[in-house]
Design a protein around this ligand. Sequence first.
Ligand code: LLP
Length: 410
Amino acid sequence: MCDGVELEAIASAEGTPLYVYSAALLRERFAALDEAFDGYPHALHYALKANSNLAIGRLLHRLGSAADANSIWEIEVARRMGFEPHQIVFTGVGKSPAELAQAVPLGLKAINVESAGELARIEAIAERLGQPARVAVRINPDIDAKSHPHISTGLKINKFGVPVDAARELFATLKGRPFLKLVAVHVHIGSQVTSLEPLRGAAQFVVAMAGELGRAGMQLEYVDVGGGLGISYDGVPVLDPREYVQAIVEAVRPTGLPIVIEPGRSIVGPAGALLARVIDLKPRNAISEFAVIDAGMTELMRPALYSAFHRIERVLESGAEPHDYEIVGPVCESSDVVGRDRSLAPLAMGDLLAIRDAGAYGAAMASNYNRRPLPAEVLVDNGQWDVVRRRQTVDDMLELELAAAPVTTL
Ligand code: LLP
């Protein structure tokens, strides 16, 4: 069930693979973070990269969220969700000159700058416009987030941010640059962080930087400690949102500065499941079978890309003795395994499975490999459900090619 609606009914009506999101859980996850600040000034900038479905963004916007966008296109989508420029921070390790040319005139809350070169490019645009640009500098604090190496960003060896010493040099140049307004310092040490210490360390780091800047006569408007709060993928509780927020507030409180966080996964991850049906069964070894399902790395790339674990459950329970399965997708890649060595009551063709905690970096990272259409997405709210993204068709996929191809090759 999802919020009182039978998943089997939704899957029967809409087909599979299908993403299903719970509005109740989205509200609950947002509120858990928001309320944990206990009145301390803050803004939650939901990281759209985790899931930028229009309906989800609009729901979070209505709840009072702000946005973190990672490209000019995410900014455009954020605007259509209702976010005003002053509610958007623009992050991202590579912002093209064209993206910056569009972003600077918008007057965003901040552009989170990743290098001295980027800062100079922003300055040039701002000067041409005659309007100072609001910038935050993303500093690489060299903190180990102790997460998966592919999603750790806070170490010196990672491509992200400005190294601490270089940041200090950059700050020293700011005084004579009237078209740059430094509003914050920013850190983001990684994603799916499940221990408090690195996150607390990141907050203490921005506090120290804000202090240095203040003493040098540069007063910040806020500090941005990024996203990264992890969730439980195996059902064993991990870091509690309240504990996480309290640690950050405790670190930042002496400065009195408002806190910006950029949570993605911790809000949408647990609120989504990917539904898929068994489309083939075949022997694997003496004790285990392959269960081929109609969702794979094209719909949910995380297991193939990071060996990520997602719980996989039968939607209709069965009391029968469990059996071992390698649950694999339909894509022509050996890495297209959704769940390794899973124990489930015996499966039959057509059985519906729910791949849990797929609301973040699931649909957002889906692809058309093997010409598989992007899956449909459904939002369940108050016992009712709506398709919030229809399933892609071959016509949708080919539209751009047909529009581009010269007539003679058609
Ligand atoms: N802020 C910045 C600057 C980020 O780079 C990210 C995520 C976030 C906020 C949001 O982090 P979150 O709260 O969701 O952990 N595709 C990977 C995750 C990549 C995260 C990229 N940056 C995955 O599926 O695990």
